[in-house]
Design a binder for this molecule. Structure first.
Ligand code: KG4
Ligand code: ZN
Length: 336
């Protein structure tokens, strides 16, 4: 079965061709970093315009790379939320037009389900598992009992982990998206130069909070500029901040495993591309006799292969009426 996946929920335009749920024939991603970097974050109006410019060639390139033509596609899977509506609509309307013109089945996919199932592009993980989804928009813990069987265990009460990487990077004038810049800087720094706060909330809570950490970084930078503390380099701040995020994520994922009595962890979403986080979760998993899995970095950040994969595992309706196709809608705050 050939699935054409289309993703445009935020600032990456992506199209993928997937065979039988796991063989990636193409996974083309066009980012908009050059457009948004001068603002230090995604500007929704600009993101929508960039998607319009890219969507056509991204799909054509994915088809050309995979040597598949549209007539050979069995199913189109497209992200319908959550995300920026002006971005989502570009992918959705393109997918609708193809499905309508070629009488292809179309399925709407929740972006978070794409992240949760991205690991199946690499290996068949046994259910149940605890999924830590850490991205620019979300920091969630799920219990995953099967395809389509997800229970939310905890989520961030304020900023997402990725958002805090982006904001700290902006404070240090490092660049956008912040995660990879902070990761590089942190390699040169001393994480013990300053101990940033770890908000673990109530003892039993599986929720997260990163806004206090972000404020604490801002305060340290201000104190440094005012000469009120001993000198601390940008690298030390990046290392201290990253260490605090990793401590929080690791503590919560371990607590989730303990509470749910599950010994498998999948870490996914853009922040899961962070090599220090991968190393720490692997180490802690070994210590506690847990198995942990990470999609490859390219499959952690936004991509259409994970959307095609989630579409493949959803209940596939072979034929959709033209009205059903036209009625499929996008939602900025779609729940899983
Ligand atoms: O999953 P994703 O591509 O898009 C959303 O669904 O949000 O995640 C993007 C987020 C950004 O906040 C980015 O800074 C972060 O993932 N990120 C990283 C790394 N690579 C991307 N954070 C930490 N370390 C990284 N290496
Ligand atoms: Zn994402």
């Amino acid at each position: 079965m050939i699935v054409l996946g289309i993703e445009s929920s935020c600032d990456d335009t992506s199209a993928a061709v997937l065979e039988n749920g796991s063989i990636i024939l193409a996974n083309v991603i066009s980012d908009q970093n050059a457009t948004h970097s001068k603002y230090g974050g995604v500007v929704p109006e600009l993101a929508g315009r960039c998607h319009i410019k890219s969507i056509d060639w991204v799909i054509k390139k994915a088809l050309a790379q995979s040597k598949i033509n549209l007539k050979q596609v069995d199913l189109i899977a497209v992200t319908i939320g959550p995300g920026l509506v002006s971005s989502l609509l570009v992918g959705l309307n393109t997918a609708k037009a193809i499905a309508y013109a070629l009488h292809k089945p179309l399925i709407g996919v929740n972006h978070l389900e794409g992240h949760l199932l991205a690991i199946f592009l690499q290996e068949q993980v046994v259910f149940p598992y605890i999924a830590l989804t850490v991205s620019g928009g979300h920091t969630d813990l799920y219990r995953v009992d099967g395809f389509g069987d997800y229970k939310i265990l905890g989520r961030t009460r304020d900023d997402a982990a990725g958002e805090s990487f982006d904001k700290v990077s902006k404070m240090l004038n490092l660049g956008y998206p912040g995660g990879p810049f902070i990761e590089e800087k942190a390699k040169l720094g001393n994480s013990l130069a300053h101990r940033f706060p770890r908000a673990l909330l109530d003892k039993d809570s599986l929720d997260f909070s990163f806004s206090g950490l972000k404020t604490s970084v801002r305060n340290i930078i201000a104190k440094r500029e005012a000469g009120k503390i001993a000198f601390m380099s940008d690298s030390d701040i990046a290392a201290g901040f990253q260490d605090a995020v990793i401590d929080i994520l690791t503590a919560k994922v371990l607590l989730a495993c303990k509470k749910e009595k599950i010994n498998r962890i999948v870490v996914t979403g853009g922040v899961a591309a962070n090599s220090a986080l991968r190393k720490r979760v692997s180490l802690v998993s070994d210590t506690h006799g847990l198995q942990c899995f990470f999609p490859k970095p390219k499959l952690c950040t936004d991509n259409a292969a994970m959307i095609a994969c989630a579409g493949y595992y959803k209940n596939i309706k072979k034929s959709m009426s033209r009205n059903e196709i036209l009625n499929l809608d996008a939602s900025a705050s779609l729940n899983l």
